[in-house]
Design a protein around this ligand. Structure first.
Ligand code: DGP
Length: 113
C-alpha cells in the first residue's frame, strides 16, 4: 500500500483522529493553511474526485455532512468556513486519495487562486 492516507487509515502513521466512522475519518492537515484545516477522508481508496462513481455519491455527501459537524465542533461554523476538493494536477491535488479540505478560523480570500 503506497498511499499515505491509506496508511493513516490503517493506523500505520500515528495521527490524531478527530472523527471516524465505518466510512470516513478526519484529521488535521499537516501543513495548515488556516487556524482550522482539517481533512475529511473516505476509508475507501478513491484516487480522485474524477474517479468517483455514481454509487459513491452518498459517501461524498456524507463527507460534506461530517465536515459541517466538524466545523461546529471546531467553532468555525458561525463565522464561516470553506470546503474544497482539489482534483488532478491542475486542480492542485497532491495526495491521490479523495479528501475534502475544511478551512476556517480566518478571513479567507474572496477568490480561489
Ligand atoms: P491536496 O493538495 O488536496 O492533495 O492536499 C493534500 C494535503 O494533505 C496537504 O495539504 C498536506 C496534507 N498531508 C500530506 N501528507 C500528510 C500526512 O502525512 N499527514 C497529514 N495530517 N496531512 C498530510
Amino acid at each position: 500500500m503506497d498511499c499515505i492516507f491509506c496508511k493513516i487509515i490503517a493506523g500505520e502513521i500515528p495521527t490524531e483522529i478527530l472523527y471516524q466512522d465505518e466510512e470516513i475519518i478526519a484529521f488535521r492537515d499537516i501543513k495548515p493553511l488556516a487556524p482550522v484545516h482539517l481533512l475529511i477522508v473516505p476509508r475507501k481508496h478513491i484516487p480522485s474526485l474524477d474517479q468517483m462513481k455514481e454509487s459513491d455519491a452518498a459517501l461524498v455527501g456524507r463527507m460534506v455532512a461530517v465536515a459541517n459537524k466538524l466545523a461546529k465542533d471546531e467553532g468555525v461554523a458561525e463565522k464561516g468556513y470553506r470546503l474544497a476538493i482539489n482534483c488532478g494536477s491542475e486542480g492542485g491535488q497532491l495526495v491521490p486519495h479523495l479528501h475534502l479540505h475544511l478551512l476556517g478560523g480566518r478571513k479567507l480570500s474572496d477568490r480561489l487562486s
